[in-house]
Design a protein around this ligand. Structure first.
Ligand code: NI
Length: 198
């Protein structure tokens, strides 16, 4: 299939909610193949359909590294059925070239979705692993939510966005997340204490 152009932060389509897939048709399978080609071409860990201008509820993830065999996972019409815990996640996004910042995430998630053959599966990712965090990041794209909406340090994030010539934070989009914030504050405190001891 083919490598598509990735939509950049600032384009309104990244903020649009995506539509459910009614049938895993050949057209959908071709879209999935394009998404995988595009993700691998950009050395990404994940990619959501709206990032290539297709507002459908589909994302792909591959957390394999180095000389491990490729391990693409395709999620169609995903639902997050369980989430718990909290972690600090240092994230970037193919729609934000080179920009990374710390964001709030759940540590554990359980997701239900269809695979690329239209078969239902359930996947659980725990302990703030790359997979657990990537699922949340990609899932968000389907609702027009971006990783910077979960930002921990606004000042730092603004600096990073400016450095890489990206539009500023959309302050009205930043999420409140009181429950997650409380746990993240505890984690930040622990981190500071640990660093103080070293
Ligand atoms: Ni992204």
């Amino acid at each position: 299939m083919s490598i598509k152009k990735v939509v950049r932060y600032g384009e309104p389509s990244l903020r649009q909610p995506s539509k459910e897939v009614h049938k895993v048709s050949q057209k959908v399978k071709n879209l999935v193949a394009d998404m995988l080609d595009t993700m691998y071409a950009q050395n990404g860990v994940g990619l959501a359909a709206p990032q290539i201008g297709e507002n459908y509820r589909i994302f792909v993830i591959d957390v394999s590294t180095g000389d491990e065999p490729l391990n693409p996972i395709v999620f169609i019409n995903p639902k997050i059925i369980k989430k718990s815990g909290a972690c600090i996640s240092h994230e970037g996004c193919l729609s934000f070239p080179e920009a990374f910042t710390d964001v709030k995430r759940y540590a554990n998630v359980m997701v239900k979705a269809l695979d690329r053959n239209g078969r239902s599966f359930v996947l659980e990712a725990k302990d703030g692993t790359l997979l657990a965090r990537a699922i949340q990041h990609e899932f968000d794209h389907l609702d027009g939510v971006l990783f910077v909406d979960h930002v921990i340090n606004r000042f730092e994030a603004e600096e990073v966005l400016k450095k890489f010539n990206l539009p500023p934070l959309e302050i009205d989009k930043i999420l409140d997340e009181p429950e997650l914030s409380e746990k993240i504050d505890e984690l930040l405190k622990e981190k500071v204490e640990k660093e103080g001891k070293n």
